[in-house]
Design a protein around this ligand. Sequence first.
Ligand SMILES: Nc1ncnc2c1ncn2[C@@H]1O[C@H](COP(=O)(O)OP(=O)(O)OP(=O)(O)O)[C@@H](O)[C@H]1O
Length: 461
Amino acid sequence: MNPEHVVEVAPIIVGAALALIHLVSLARYIAADRETRASIRQAFRIRRGWTRLAKMQGLSVTDRTPTLLASLTTKQGQTPQPRELTPTIKTAVDRYGVIVTTNTLPRVGLDEMQKAAPHLANAWRCARVSVTPLAPGRLRIRAVRSDPLTLPTTLRPSGQAPEDLGSWDLGVDEYAEAVALRMANIPGITVAGLPGYGKTSLINGLVCRMAPSDAMQFAVADGKVSTADEGDYADMVKRCFAFVGDDLAHANGLFKKLVELRRERSSNVRRLLGVANMWHVGPSAAWPLVVLIIDEAHTYFRDYKGSDAATKRLAALSAENARLVEDLVKKGRSVGIVVILATQKATGDAIPTFIRDVCPVGLSFAQKTAEAAVAALGEDIRNWPDANPINLQDPAYVGVASMVSQGRAGFTRVRMPYVADADAATVAANTARLTADPVELLSRMLPGPPLSKDATNVPAS
Ligand SMILES: Nc1ncnc2c1ncn2[C@@H]1O[C@H](COP(=O)(O)OP(=O)(O)OP(=O)(O)O)[C@@H](O)[C@H]1O
């Protein structure tokens, strides 16, 4: 091919390549859902208007030093023009909006971008824009068109065991970023919120996602019902090695059994797992992560007042229940026992403060008063008014909770996906064969006679 030929065919090749790129983009656009298509159009507008907008927002710098090329090409007697530089951008989309990646410039960095974020949100017609560092010299700008917290989502459990049992997917935050709950080395979680805002759904959803793993075992104490076939956990009960209702003595039996398990695990963890902390090797079928769910937790810790024999008995059981659960929360972490306590108001009368205050993770759905929000999330929530769960009192926020951010200051609001009861029931039924009593599992690993099992209301399979 001679040079003339190259000149002739080059535009055809470039044109064909461009047409192909446009065709692929068009096919992607057609295949996308309605919201993603809106995001694609928005990303196009952002790219097209960026240079102009960046200059108007002061996100540009003037470079007065001529480049080598400018020095060589400028005519004699003339001085090279200074260049106005703006950060370059790349965009990606999802159904919530656009993710812009950009570079920093001298004097245009994270602070400047964060200050400009509300103006970028206005210019891009977005509900929110956040700027976070991505790598040295690189930033990530997240622009969401509508508030992801008010867009209900649904999860259909895959039925597959998650790869990492130390991290539970919760949902998305106000920027539609995925939020995970770090479970490894967490001894206790409190879940609070007004009735009907999603506490039980959240727990059911978590159980559904973890149930396909044989390295997870669940026990439930539900203070709202008397028997396993009533209430919110009736479908999940097949996947629980123990279930108790509102009977304090039954709950006492279950908590005692788990404290005994905690003791046996603590004294044997080094010998059987070769480590002092189970999380160094992770949960397994033989040594599963034991999740104790205590729903309507106030039922079990109520302060009974009265001098008659029946009330005294209940008061003694209640006090002992609190002591036993305190043992699990304070000492269960390293041997793979985690307690989830759900109640409407996480005040000291519902969950004793000596238990509540050692639970490192707190989640709160809508709350009625500032005091209830503080009880659920700690004093610091007063410094973060945007995240305060008293602002979640709206039907649009059913399924939205505020939680202490793990690994950084402040709080994160999370929209949890809804798991339909029928899907939860299917997962429980399909994974029921994986249910095993962790006391028996430990017995099998130990020489000698089996460990004693306290009688609990274990559901019939
Ligand atoms: N993540 C969610 N997304 C959308 N809707 C939800 C979500 N979670 C719960 N809901 C709706 O709210 C209803 C009540 O939820 P749930 O039973 O979990 O509330 P709760 O806080 O446990 O109430 P209670 O304290 O009375 O037990 C559900 O039946 C469902 O219709």
